[in-house]
Design a protein around this ligand. Structure first.
Ligand code: G6P
Length: 610
């Protein structure tokens, strides 16, 4: 949800900022802009509607040079995507500012500023902040003091950076509710929405805490907490390689990330399994005391992470004997809750910065849960820092907006949790050992599933001209169908819905005709015969069927029925394995339709606003 990057250096920073924007583009990509300050303090700005590449073209025609600067890639909230609404926003020629987040009280602030004589050029909430800082500087004459005074007037969320004409070589940054890291170079300092943006220039990072304000100069860095006290924040070394954010020979990040799944699943299991058990210490030092007390599980998440939670509900109840509820975070936070004793609250999030998920976690902390747990892919994220227990997925940076490897590693993390908690409940040692073995076989099962790439690409041709598609599954493959439908709609813009197959005749069957393809997931389980009956209902109405069937399940092909044989695997890991061909299906349909696979319209990867 918008990416920001900034630098104070000796060298020319425009190329660093532009590369940073490219690496942050997954956060938003409807417009981009960059402001550079020269040694005398003069600030110049360039902005462009569209992707970072459009901005780069403009900068190629009119290069900007200077040792201090800020840049932004936008996902519009207030004001349509346009040059005028793109950041950086300026106050005259004096200040330039970039912002990620939403200022909720922008309207009254704007009115007061207009009355004080400020003229606004954009429809954004952000412009209020830069004008307000200008107003405060008028009175105080110091950028840092003016930023502090302005922040005390703001409601909402922000990560921001600001530079001032009168103070060349100084950058003031602040965060509340949106992520911001400081990069420490040799004789230079940087800010960015995430570490990936800065990996080409540094590996040393400070993760700002809520309410922090940082005063950056080339050769100095001072961080203040919200009470304006100087604080010491630890410097951390990033282990990520700079090319983790490169496509590495693949046509799209999404394809690369689909193919990384066997490796990142193996990585997520690494060091967490004993011979026949899950190591409880993997969840943090408090797990040994807390896990025996868990009597229920409440999961919250958004988007794809929510689907992982839905799959896990079946596992918790089936294998661990623990009641489990799953809810989307945006709904959870706006209703009253009855929390049963001994309930573990689990938040699932790739980024650890999703606004609704974080808000739900913060609400949960006041509600009497036994403990909170984060299942997350970003170690320094707010979600991880604010949870009692943590299990990291080790998917590595996920750049494609449509989540793939984050989902499968979340499922693995959830299975680890099911086994660990189950051992304090009904799960006996033999069954736990069987589950652990199944998990160990998952990377190779995923390798085999990836070999379906060619056959899936051919199936994709049947979908490419369609406007709608129906996905069916039963039991825990219903949430897998939900995820398959979500992938297809996100990147191909085909309207796709998922239903539990038994619900077909209660409504969706009315939609089935020759124009409505139906994608069905048919693992080898107790429900497969029932599923086959459901699919007969589709065939009888002339619908085109694509059945993704376990290779052990016999399903007859004909002109209207295509069967894709998915290599047989242990039933425990089947939801993870069946996910792969569904990801590939969405991918190939999108490629055939010529959509922007990695950056689908209107979406952003990290949703840090409500
Ligand atoms: C956005 C992304 C999805 C993601 C969801 C939740 O909608 O496009 O891919 O599943 O946010 O994100 P999180 O980082 O909390 O898993």
């Amino acid at each position: 949800m918008c990416g920001i990057v900034g630098a104070v250096a000796q060298r020319d920073v425009a190329p660093i900022l532009l590369e940073g924007l490219r690496r942050l583009e997954y956060r938003g990509y409807d417009s981009a802009g960059l402001a550079v300050q020269d040694r005398e303090g003069y600030i110049e700005r360039e902005r462009a509607l569209g992707k970072v590449a459009s901005l780069a073209e403009r900068l190629a025609e009119r290069p900007l040079a200077g040792p201090t600067g800020l840049a932004h890639t936008r996902w519009a909230t207030h004001g349509a995507p346009s040059d005028r609404n793109a950041h950086p926003h300026m106050s005259g020629e004096r200040l330039a500012l970039v912002h990620n987040g939403i200022i909720e009280n922008h309207e009254p602030l704007r009115q007061a500023l207009e009355q004080a004589g400020h003229r606004f050029e954009s429809e954004t909430d952000t412009e209020v902040v830069v004008k307000q800082i200008d107003q405060q500087i008028g009175a105080r004459g110091d950028l840092l003091a003016a930023v502090f005074d302005t922040l005390s007037l703001l409601d909402g969320a922000y990560a921001l950076g600001v530079i001032c004409r009168d103070e060349p070589g100084r950058l003031v940054a602040a965060r509340r509710g949106s992520p911001l890291v400081i990069g420490i170079g040799i004789g230079e300092h940087f800010i960015a929405s995430d570490v990936q943006a800065l990996l080409p220039v540094t590996r040393q990072f400070i993760f700002l805490e809520e309410g922090d304000v940082a005063d950056l100069r080339r050769d100095s860095l001072v961080i203040y907490d919200e009470h304006r006290r100087v604080v010491d924040r630890p410097v951390r070394q990033s282990e990520l390689s700079a090319d983790a954010a490169e496509r590495g020979g693949y046509r799209h990040f999404m394809l690369k990330e689909i193919h990384q799944q066997p490796a990142v699943v193996a990585e997520t299991l690494e060091g967490r399994l004993a011979d026949h058990e899950v190591l409880e210490a993997s969840f943090g030092p408090r797990a040994a005391t807390l896990f025996p007390q868990v009597q229920r599980v409440q999961i919250i998440a958004c988007g794809t992470s929510y689907h992982a939670g839905l799959v896990a509900r079946y596992w918790f109840e089936e294998h661990a004997g623990l009641p489990c509820d799953v809810e989307v975070a945006s709904e959870y936070r706006y209703r009253r809750h009855v929390v049963a004793p001994g309930t573990l609250f689990v938040a699932i999030s790739q980024s650890g910065e999703t606004a609704d998920t974080l808000a739900a976690l913060r609400e949960a902390r006041t509600l009497g849960y036994l403990a909170t747990m984060a299942i997350c892919n970003v170690p320094e994220s707010s979600l991880v820092r604010e949870s009692d227990l943590v299990l990291m997925t080790r998917a590595g940076p996920e750049i494609g907006v449509a989540s793939t490897k984050a989902f499968t590693t979340q499922l693995v993390a959830l299975l680890l949790l099911v086994i660990a908690l189950g051992r304090h409940q009904q799960l006996n040692a033999d069954d736990a050992a069987d589950m652990v073995n199944a998990l160990r076989s998952l990377p190779s099962a995923l390798e085999q599933a990836l070999e379906l790439d060619g056959p899936v690409a051919r199936l994709a041709e049947l979908l490419v001209e369609r406007q709608h598609a129906l996905f069916l599954g039963r039991g825990l493959h219903y949430p897998v169908a939900l995820e398959g439908a979500l992938k297809l709609k996100e990147i191909s813009y085909i309207h796709a819905e998922a239903y539990p197959a038994g619900e077909l005749k209660h409504g969706p069957l009315a939609l089935v005709d020759a124009e409505m393809p139906v994608v069905a997931i048919a693992p080898r389980d107790d429900l497969v015969e029932k599923l086959k009956s459901n699919l007969q209902e589709v065939r009888a109405r002339g619908g085109t069927l694509m059945v993704f069937a376990d290779s052990d399940v016999r399903y007859a092909e004909d002109d209207d029925t295509r069967v894709l044989a998915v290599p047989h695997c242990h039933p425990l890991i089947a939801p993870v394995v069946f996910t792969v061909p569904l990801q590939l299906l969405a991918y190939h349909v999108a490629v055939l339709r010529g959509t922007d696979v990695d950056q689908p319209r209107n979406l952003a990867k990290s949703v840090t606003v409500e």
